[in-house]
Each structure stands twice: as structure tokens, then as C-alpha cells.
Design a protein around this ligand. Structure first.
Ligand code: PHE
Length: 334
């Protein structure tokens, strides 16, 4: 009877221990064999009880062997699949934000602090919002300034060529005062090279209120570039956009001698980061804003361009190739 308790309590760590247990109880020279041999020497009146006890011992030992084997096999199977479950964990691989997102968020932060909200519009646009309302009537030659991907013609549906379409949508739905920025992806049918791609990212700014002047525009842009690039200079170079008058290209100066003062140190000279101007009165009228009461400015900057400047990325294609060796490098950025 004591042996039954002992068999029941038995625990094993390995298959060898189970095997030793089996041999001890159930083996050809084991205890049970011995007890069964003993049976003939037991007094007749005790034979029945003795027989029952050794039968019980036999089933107990057999059950034990089977359950222990099954248990050990399943833990071994788990180890086979998952390895040693007690080993220290692997560090979790954390992703990195894409440089376009990093720069976009920085620009949003800068403009949020001076009262601009963020607005967005669709990438698939109609002719009105991308061209006509922006003072680019049908057959206007300036439409060719931006080679367009058309999805459908007549009525025209296209991939927006600039985020200026969001200006129109915003003014159609909001009355001044307006201070909004609209980041987003735009598309142009251009040959892909290190410097230009058929899609890229812009950030549009729009400020409409009473008595907004060109000086406000210039100061806003100067504030933006010094927040973005550190101490920097801007230059507004006269230009032409149908939706602004007067219009200018925005250049920043980089590659100055005192490297510590400037976040951008490589390269030389003025670099164009976007366009701007005073919103053409025709555009205000098209969007149901009275140009005799309100005026304003708009600008559009290239997010890819700024990201490339700040992070010294030499080829715009890197931004859309999804190469982890490139993307991983931005882990330490914001
Ligand atoms: N939409 C112009 C472009 O993509 C940039 C711009 C925006 C110019 C706003 C003036 C005002 O080239």
C-alpha cells in the first residue's frame, strides 16, 4: 500500500527518470513481477486482498508512466517551437517616423503656435478646385505650368497638382478671419529623377483678414524659416502664379560660413522652397469672399524639399522607396 502512495506521488523532470520508474515497477525484473510471483505463497484467505492491492499498484504505475510521458512530450514540443521559455526577451524593434512626417509635424507645430489650424482636402480633385477657382480658366496657358494626371476628362477629374485646391475648399466653407495650413500629397506628370518625382508633398498656408499686407506675408515666412532652420535668411524673388498678385518664389539661404549658427551647413547659395503671394481678388470672389473688405496671402512650400535640406538627403526617390536602411536612420528624430 505504501508503494501505491509512493507511485502516485512520483514526479519526473526527464524521460530518463520516467523510464527508471517504469523499470522499477513494471519492468521484467520489476516489483510487480516479483509480487505476482509471490502470490502463490500468500495464504488463501489473503490472496484476494493481496491480488487487489497489486492490481491497483499496477494500474497506478501504468497511469503514472503514461501521464508523465505525455506531459514531458508536450513541454518538449513547446520548447521545440518557441525555444527556451525562460530565456530573456528580445528587445522590441521600434519603427521610425518617416522624414516627411517628421518635417510635416514640425511645420504644423510652428504654425500652430502662431494661430494657424490644419485643414485637408482630397487628392482626387475636380477642375474647379484645382484650376478654375484659382483664376486658371479653361485654356489658360498657365495650366501647363503643372503637368497634370487626369483621371477623367469632361468633366475633368484629376490628381491635384498642388495643395492650393485646399485653399479654395477652405474659403468656400469658412469666412474670414482665416488662418490655415494644409499639408498633403500632390501629383505631377514629370520625369522621375533625383530632384523631381511624379508625386511629392506640399504645405499650403492661407491667411485672410482685413488689411493683410505683403509685409505680414514676409514676416510670417521669415518666422517660419528661422524656427525651421535656425538663424536663416529668406529672399522673395518676383514670380508669377495666376492665383496670387503680386507673386514670389521663396528662397532660403544656406551654406553660410558660421556652421554653428545654421542647422543647414552643406551646399551653398539660395535654395527655393516654395511659392507665395497676395491672394488674387478673383480667387476671393470665386470663393464668396468680398475682396473689397478682405485681403490675404497664401504660400506653398515643398515638404520633401525641406526634409531633404534638413536631413541632407540627396535623392528624392529615397523618400518613397521604403528601404528600411534609409528609414531606420530617422529613429532618433522626433
Ligand atoms: N501652388 C503653387 C505651386 O504648387 C505654390 C503657391 C501656393 C504659390 C500659394 C502661391 C501661393 O507651385
Amino acid at each position: 500500500k505504501a508503494l501505491i502512495d509512493e507511485a502516485e506521488a512520483f514526479k519526473a523532470q526527464s524521460k530518463d527518470e520516467v523510464e527508471a520508474f517504469r523499470i522499477k515497477y513494471l519492468g521484467s525484473k520489476g516489483l510487480l513481477r516479483e509480487f505476482y510471483g509471490e502470490l502463490k505463497n500468500v495464504a488463501n484467505d489473503q490472496k484476494k486482498e493481496f491480488g487487489q492491492i497489486i492490481n491497483k499498484l499496477k494500474t497506478t504505475a501504468e497511469d503514472k508512466v503514461n501521464t508523465l510521458k505525455a506531459e514531458l512530450e508536450s513541454t518538449e514540443e513547446v520548447k521545440g517551437i518557441y525555444g527556451d521559455l525562460s530565456r530573456p526577451g528580445e528587445p522590441v524593434q521600434i519603427g521610425a517616423r518617416h522624414p516627411i512626417s517628421i518635417v510635416k509635424n514640425q511645420i504644423i507645430d510652428i504654425f500652430s503656435r502662431i494661430g494657424f489650424n490644419v485643414s485637408e482636402g482630397p487628392e482626387i480633385e475636380d477642375d474647379w478646385h484645382n484650376f478654375t477657382a484659382l483664376n486658371l480658366p479653361e485654356y489658360h496657358p498657365a495650366r501647363d505650368m503643372q503637368d497634370t494626371f487626369f483621371i477623367q476628362t469632361n468633366p475633368d477629374i484629376l490628381l491635384r497638382t498642388h495643395t492650393s485646391s485646399v485653399q479654395v475648399r477652405y474659403m468656400e466653407n469658412n469666412q474670414p478671419p482665416i488662418r490655415t495650413i494644409s499639408p498633403g500629397r500632390v501629383y505631377r506628370n514629370e520625369a522621375i529623377s533625383a530632384r523631381s518625382h511624379c508625386f511629392f508633398h506640399q504645405l499650403e498656408g492661407l491667411y485672410i483678414d482685413k488689411d493683410v499686407s505683403f509685409a505680414d506675408l514676409k514676416q510670417t515666412l521669415q518666422h517660419f524659416t528661422s524656427e525651421m532652420f535656425g538663424k536663416s535668411e529668406i529672399r522673395l524673388r518676383p514670380s508669377y502664379f495666376p492665383f496670387t498678385e503680386p507673386s514670389a518664389e521663396i528662397d532660403v539661404y544656406w551654406g553660410l560660413e558660421t556652421e554653428t549658427d545654421y542647422k543647414i551647413t552643406k551646399g551653398t547659395g539660395w535654395l527655393e522652397i516654395g511659392g507665395c503671394g497676395m491672394v488674387d481678388p478673383n480667387v476671393l470672389t470665386n470663393c464668396n469672399i468680398d475682396p473689397t473688405e478682405y485681403s490675404g496671402f497664401a504660400f506653398g512650400v515643398g515638404i520633401d524639399r525641406i526634409a531633404m535640406l534638413l536631413h541632407q538627403i540627396g535623392d528624392i526617390r529615397l523618400l518613397s522607396e521604403n528601404d528600411v536602411r534609409f528609414l531606420e536612420q530617422f529613429k532618433s528624430a522626433l
